[in-house]
Design a binder for this molecule. Structure first.
Ligand code: SF4
Ligand code: SF4
Length: 717
C-alpha cells in the first residue's frame, strides 16, 4: 500500500500526559496499546480499515513493544486468532467490517464464545449501518445475543471511547466473554483530543516468550459434552459477572436532570445526535447538557436490569432510541420493567422508524411524537418549528431545481483497469447473446451501474462463482462469474473454484487481478508484487501486477486446465478471449485473468516518481487522449462503452452543429481505453493519442521544429 500513515504511527508513541489529536478510529488504536494488547489482527473494510493499516505500518514499534500484528486472510481467520486468549492471559484485538465480516467470522466466534476466554478478547467492528453504508443493512446485535458476546457501543467522544476500550478488556476477563466494540461510521471519523497514557508492553509477548504451552484442558474445547456445561455457564456465571462489572464501573452513564418526568434510553453511539435533537426543543443547553434524564447505554449487551428499572422508576414515560430491527433493547426493557413492577410508559419503535439511520432530524421527529403523546404539557414549539423550517428548506431547494438532481452512482476511477473488461463484455454479448453474470463484492461491482448495468446477484465477498452453481445447469449458454483478486483469496478459491472443479461445472470465471484489495483501501494481498519490483516498475511507468504469478500457479495447481491471462486494457483480445471461453467445446471451468494494476494505486506510485524526475530535469513523456471534434459523429457510443469520468461532452465550436461533441477532460491518465474501444467496436475515428513531453531533449525540439515547419507549409498552400 502506497499510502503513508507516518503521522498516525507517531501518535501511537504518545506517553503519559501528552495530547492526542485525531480521528476516533486512531484513538481506538492507541487505546489498544495503552491496554496492554499482545496481538492484533483483522481484515480491512470501511470504516475500520485504518486501525489495521496503521498497525501494519507501525510494525517496527509494535515489535519493540512485543505486540504481534497479523493481516488476516479474512474475518474467519481473524476471529480464530482470538483463540489465543482461551488458554493464555493474552489480550488480543481484531477488527473487521460488520455485518458482512461478522457473518464470515460467525463460526469461529461461536466456538470462541462457548469455552470463553482467559485473556481479554476484543473485536472492533465497523457497524456499517445507515446513510452512506456499503453493505446489507443488518446489525451486529443479533450475534451478541446468540453467542453471548459483550457488545459495547460507546458515546462518540475520544476520551470516552479510549476508556471504553480499556474497560472492554477487563470486562472480557471478568466475565470470560469475548467483547465486541461497535463503531458507527460517524464514531470512526469523529475528531477530538484526549490525554494519552504510556503504552503497556504485554507481560507475555513476542519479547517475553512462555517456555511451555498451556496444559490440556478439555473444558476449554468447544466440543460436546463440555459445550452443554458451557451454555449453562453463559447464563449462570458469565452474564451475571459481566453485569456486576458494568454496574460497578458505571460503564453506562446517567446524564441530564429530571425535568418533566420523562427520560431517554439511548445506545451510546447515538448520544450526540440525541443531544443535538434535544437542543432544538430547548431540552438540552448549548454545552450539550440535557435537562431531561438520559441513560446512555455504552454497553448494549448484556443490559443490567437493575439499572434499567432504577432509571425508569418514577418517570411518566421513557423513549428508547435503538437503530434498526428488531427492537432488542426495547423488548428487553419492557420485560424488565414488567418483572420489576415498574409501570412507566415505554415508547420506541412507532415514535421512531423501525429501519434506517437515526439522524438528528429523525430523532427530533421521534421526540416530537413522544412528547406529544406522553407529555403534552412539555413545550416543544421550538423543535416543531425547527423541523418545519428544515422541511421547508428542503422543499424550497427541490422547487428551485427544474428537475430532481440526477443520481450520481459510484464509479470506477479514471483509467481503472476493470472498466475495459466490462466494455469487452458488452461487446461480446452483442456477438453471443446476453449472459447470466454473477457479480461479487469489490470495485468491479461498480459495473452494476450505468453504462454497464451488469450483474444478476451479489451473494458475498468471493462468492460469485459459487452463486451461479444452481444457475449454470439450467441455462443453455454458459454463465459468467466476476471476481476480484481480493475476493479470490478471501473466499473465492475454496467456495467457488474448488467446488466448481470438484463438481465438474461448466462455467466461466474472470478474475480481475489488480494487485490489491482496492475497494477497501488498496491493502496488499498475497498476489501483490513484492517491494523490490516497485522501483523498476515506477521507472518504466508500467503495471507491475504481472510480476506475481501466485493466482495462476494456484489455479494450475488445483487443476484448472483452461486458463488465459489477458492485459485488461487490450479490449480486442479480451473480447476474443471471452468469445472463446463461451463458445469452445471444452467442458469444465474456464478462467480468464484480467491483468492490470489498480490505477489509483498506480498513480500513487508513479506520481512521486514523476515529481522527482521533473525536479531532476529528466525527460518525461505522458500520454493523453483527445477527441477531434470535427470528426466526432456525436452519437456518444464511446461514452456508453466506457463510462470514464474524463470522457465527457462539450458544445461544438461549429455554429452549424447543435448537438454536443465528445471531449476528454484534463484528468485523463492515458490508460488507452478510448483508443482500444474505438478499434474494438469500430467507432468513429475521432480519438487521437498525444504524447506530452516535459523537459524535451534536442531531438524532441528538432522534431517539433520540423513538424511545425511542415504544418506551416500546408497552411500557406
Ligand atoms: S480503486 Fe483501483 S480497482 Fe478500484 S475503481 Fe479505482 S482504479 Fe479501479
Ligand atoms: S484514455 Fe479514455 S478511458 Fe482512459 S483515462 Fe483517458 S479518457 Fe479515460
Amino acid at each position: 500500500m502506497e499510502v503513508s500513515f507516518s503521522d498516525e504511527v507517531r501518535m501511537l508513541r504518545c506517553g503519559n500526559g501528552e495530547t492526542f489529536h485525531g480521528e476516533g478510529i486512531l484513538a481506538i488504536t492507541k487505546a489498544l496499546l495503552q491496554s496492554g494488547v499482545a496481538y492484533v489482527g483483522g481484515y480491512q473494510g470501511a470504516p475500520v480499515s485504518h486501525l489495521l493499516d496503521v498497525l501494519v505500518q507501525a510494525k517496527d514499534y509494535l515489535t519493540e513493544l512485543g505486540v504481534h500484528v497479523e493481516a488476516c486472510a479474512n474475518e474467519a481467520s481473524a476471529a480464530a486468532m482470538l483463540g489465543a486468549s482461551i488458554h493464555y492471559p493474552l489480550r488480543g484485538a481484531v477488527t473487521w467490517k460488520s455485518i458482512v465480516g461478522t457473518n464470515v467470522a460467525a463460526d469461529a466466534l461461536s466456538n470462541l464464545a462457548s469455552p470463553g476466554v482467559t485473556g481479554g478478547a476484543l473485536v472492533v467492528v465497523g457497524e456499517d449501518y445507515g446513510e452512506g453504508a456499503s453493505v446489507i443493512q443488518e446489525r451486529t446485535y443479533a450475534y451478541a445475543l446468540k453467542s453471548s458476546l459483550v457488545l459495547l457501543d460507546p458515546r462518540p467522544d475520544l476520551a470516552h471511547m479510549v476508556r471504553t476500550v480499556e474497560h472492554a478488556f477487563a470486562l472480557s476477563e471478568a466475565s470470560n466473554m469475548p467483547a465486541v466494540l461497535q463503531l458507527r461510521i460517524r464514531a470512526c471519523h469523529v475528531r477530538g483530543t484526549f490525554e494519552t497514557r504510556d503504552n503497556v508492553p504485554p507481560a507475555m509477548s513476542t519479547r517475553h516468550l512462555r517456555a511451555e504451552p498451556a496444559a490440556f484442558d478439555y473444558a476449554k474445547l468447544a466440543h460436546p459434552p463440555v459445550t452443554y456445561r458451557q451454555e449453562k455457564l453463559k447464563s449462570d456465571a458469565r452474564i451475571p459477572a459481566a453485569r456486576r462489572y458494568i454496574a460497578l464501573h458505571a460503564l453506562n452513564e446517567r446524564a441530564g436532570g429530571d425535568a418533566h418526568g420523562i427520560g431517554f434510553v439511548v445506545q451510546g453511539g447515538l448520544y450526540n445526535s440525541l443531544v443535538r435533537a434535544l437542543q432544538q426543543f430547548g431540552l438540552a443547553d448549548a454545552l450539550g447538557d440535557p435537562a431531561v434524564g438520559v441513560l446512555v447505554l455504552n454497553v448494549v449487551y448484556p443490559l443490567v436490569p437493575d439499572e434499567l428499572a432504577a432509571f425508569c422508576r418514577g418517570k411518566r414515560a421513557v423513549l428508547v432510541l435503538e437503530e434498526g430491527q428488531p427492537e432488542f433493547i426495547e423488548q428487553e426493557l419492557l420485560a424488565t420493567l414488567r418483572r420489576a413492577g415498574v409501570s412507566t410508559a415505554i415508547a420506541g419503535k412507532g415514535a421512531l422508524p423501525m429501519a434506517g439511520e437515526y439522524t438528528v432530524e429523525t430523532i427530533a421527529r421521534g421526540v416530537a411524537a413522544f412528547v406529544g403523546e406522553h407529555a403534552p404539557d412539555v413545550p416543544v414549539a421550538d423543535g416543531v418549528a425547527w423541523l418545519a423550517a428544515t422541511t421547508a428548506r428542503r422543499d424550497a431547494v427541490a422547487a428551485a431545481l427544474a428537475q430532481p438532481l440526477p443520481a450520481r452512482p459510484p464509479q470506477f476511477c479514471i483509467g481503472c483497469p476493470e472498466r475495459p473488461v466490462f466494455a469487452a463484455l458488452k461487446l461480446v454479448q452483442q456477438d453471443i447473446g446476453p449472459l447470466h453474470i454473477a457479480a461479487d463484492i469489490g470495485c468491479h461491482s461498480f459495473a452494476t451501474f450505468e453504462p454497464f448495468s451488469m450483474g444478476h446477484s451479489i451473494l458475498g465477498y468471493g462468492m460469485s462463482l459459487a452463486s451461479r452453481a444452481g444457475v449454470s445447469p439450467m441455462l443453455e449458454r454458459r454463465t459468467l462469474a466476476v471476481m476480484g483478486d481480493g475476493g479470490f483469496w478471501h473466499n473465492g478459491l475454496l467456495t467457488g473454484v474448488q467446488s466448481a472443479l470438484f463438481n465438474g461445472d461448466d462455467a466461466v470465471l474472470v478474475i480481475l487481478k489488480n494487485g490489491y484489495t482496492s475497494a477497501t483501501g488498496t491493502q496488499e494481498i498475497i498476489s501483490t508484487p513484492a517491494d523490490d519490483t516497485r522501483d523498476s516498475a515506477a521507472d518504466k511507468s508500467e503495471s507491475r501486477v504481472h510480476e506475481n504469478q501466485v493466482i495462476e500457479q494456484t489455479l494450475q495447481g488445483i487443476g484448472v486446465e483452461w486458463l488465459r491471462t489477458v492485459d485488461s486494457y487490450d479490449v480486442t483480445k479480451m473480447r476474443a478471449t471471452f468469445d472463446d471461453a463461451f463458445t469452445t467445446g471444452i467442458k469444465g471451468l474456464k478462467v480468464i485473468i484480467a491483468e492490470g494494476e489498480c490505477q489509483l494505486e498506480r498513480q500513487r506510485r508513479v506520481r512521486p516518481w514523476r515529481t522527482r524526475a521533473l525536479a531532476e530535469r529528466r525527460r518525461l513523456v505522458r500520454v493523453k487522449y483527445g477527441v477531434d471534434e470535427d470528426t466526432c459523429s456525436g452519437d456518444h457510443s464511446c461514452i456508453r462503452l466506457s463510462g470514464c469520468p474524463t470522457l465527457s461532452v462539450k458544445a461544438s465550436s461549429d455554429p452549424l452543429r447543435v448537438d454536443p461533441v465528445a471531449t476528454v477532460l484534463e484528468g485523463c491518465v492515458g490508460c488507452g481505453l478510448c483508443g482500444e474501444n474505438a478499434h474494438a467496436a469500430t467507432l468513429c475515428p475521432s480519438f487521437y493519442r498525444a504524447e506530452v513531453i516535459q523537459n524535451p531533449d534536442w531531438r524532441d525540439r528538432f522534431v517539433a521544429r520540423v513538424r511545425g515547419a511542415v504544418i506551416g507549409l500546408f497552411r500557406r498552400v
